[in-house]
Write a protein that binds this ligand. Structure first.
Ligand code: NAD
Ligand code: ZN
Length: 259
């Protein structure tokens, strides 16, 4: 780790040491080490596949074409397991510093890691929902049927548009989750952004709300973001490397206060 990164980590560790209701706002970058491709940035999906394939119009127009593209991605998502970055956020919660995780990810990895309050702004792709009757099924069941039936049919009503329970481009964010996310952002005493390009709205409003309410903003991302100018500390690097170190430093930084 470079020296400037060590200084920034120490500063972020101090901020976290004094936090009691920090909130993490995460994006695809936190799951990159779990084998899930980000959309943007180096190695991102949009460098090779059109973003249109994740739009609701594309899906409604041709669910078969959607599932053809999503088949491989679904298998990767289902096989993915939490990495040290997800686990570090669980540790911060147990240490009484982190109140909740607000995520744009649909991979369900924060819940699998054991974080207790997880706001999924874009839904959860481990489930599939029938657009005709609302029936929900685990994605793993549908995934197993894709070899014989594409697009997959609803087992309850026979409807064809079985769609991952994730928010597609062109769909609204779930109201309750959005409301809770904005409330948490308003009330937090530190906003920790991890692995997000911060360009997808309205989700990207979450760190802005926290900043406007006076909370320090720590941004951990592999590449620059449009909010870097607003951040109290910028950590430029890998989530799986930096977050566990940040947890360690936040614990160490607390000791002088207690002596
Ligand atoms: P994004 O793809 O736009 O940005 C990811 C950011 O993470 C990039 O800026 C990249 O530089 C950074 N990054 C990559 N690897 C990293 C690492 N190991 N450590 C730290 N940073 C790293 O993702 P976004 O901001 O979450 O927004 C995109 C949208 O994509 C969201 O709406 C989300 O629903 C969806 N999405 C979800 C998943 C998932 O569930 N894991 C994956 C891809 C996209
Ligand atoms: Zn149905």
């Amino acid at each position: 780790m470079a020296d400037d990164a060590s200084g920034a980590l120490a500063r972020a560790g101090e901020l976290l040491a004094n936090a009691k209701r920090a909130v993490a706002f995460t994006g695809a970058g936190i799951s990159q080490k779990s084998g899930i491709q980000t959309y943007r940035g180096k190695g991102g999906l949009w460098n090779t596949t059109s973003p249109n394939t994740s739009s609701i119009d594309f899906f409604i127009n041709d669910p078969g074409a959607y599932w053809e593209v999503a088949k491989g991605r679904g298998a990767t998502l289902l096989a993915a397991r939490p990495n040290p970055a997800h686990e570090a956020l669980v540790e911060l919660e147990r240490a009484g510093k982190l109140k909740a995780v607000i995520t744009q990810n649909v991979d369900g990895l924060h819940l699998l890691a054991g974080s207790s309050e997880v706001i999924e702004l874009h839904g959860n792709g481990r489930e599939v929902v029938c657009l005709d009757c609302g029936n929900r099924e685990p994605r793993s069941h549908v995934q197993a049927r894709l070899e014989e039936e594409l697009p997959p049919r609803c087992l309850r009503c026979g409807g064809v548009p079985m769609k991952p329970a994730a928010v597609f481009f062109g769909e609204a964010m779930p109201e309750e989750a959005t409301g809770r996310a904005f409330e948490l952002a308003e009330e937090c005493d530190l906003m920790l952004v991890v692995g997000s390009s911060l360009v997808v709205y309205p989700a990207a409003q979450v760190p802005l709300i926290a900043h406007e309410a006076g909370a320090p903003l720590v941004i951990l991302n592999a590449e620059p973001t449009p909010f870097d100018d607003l951040a109290t500390v910028i950590l430029r690097g890998q989530a799986g490397e930096f977050l566990p170190e940040l947890v360690r430093l936040s614990q160490a930084a607390r000791e002088p206060d207690n002596s």
